[in-house]
Design a protein around this ligand. Sequence first.
Ligand code: GDP
Length: 139
Amino acid sequence: MATNRTFTMLKPDAAANGYIGGILKMINDAGFRIVAMKYTKLSAEAAGKFYEVHKERPFYGELVTYMSSGPIVAAILEKENAIPAFRTLIGATDPAKADAGTIRKIYAKSISANAVHGSDSDENAQIEGNFFFSELERF
Ligand code: GDP
């Protein structure tokens, strides 16, 4: 059953470049409600665990190093059909291929430093949200 929730991270490049406010405004304006949110930093070990599904992919090492290179914002977001709605808002993985007006088109520089994460399924949204947040941190 669809939960109407998704999980996002505003990645180290977004934080380092001062884009957190702009990206959160786009998320708010698109009608997502914030269920949980924190500003934190992943250790290399934690980033490796979070991205374990990509372990066999050639960019895994680069991804883990990058995602543990600086602070991030992690959040659970709620909206009807949250998973596809948020994937549409963020745009394609490679910002060069992202549609105009999407978060990645506006704020991302490259396929690795692509500003924002969005869950690809209800199951992964639950797993990823549970990685960062306890029940007491959700509202
Ligand atoms: P997403 O669901 O759009 O985030 O894309 P994927 O699940 O396919 O990949 C996860 C993350 O790995 C992406 O958001 C990128 O940060 C990174 N990534 C994906 N493909 C590449 C690649 O070809 N090279 C590098 N360096 N990073 C990649």
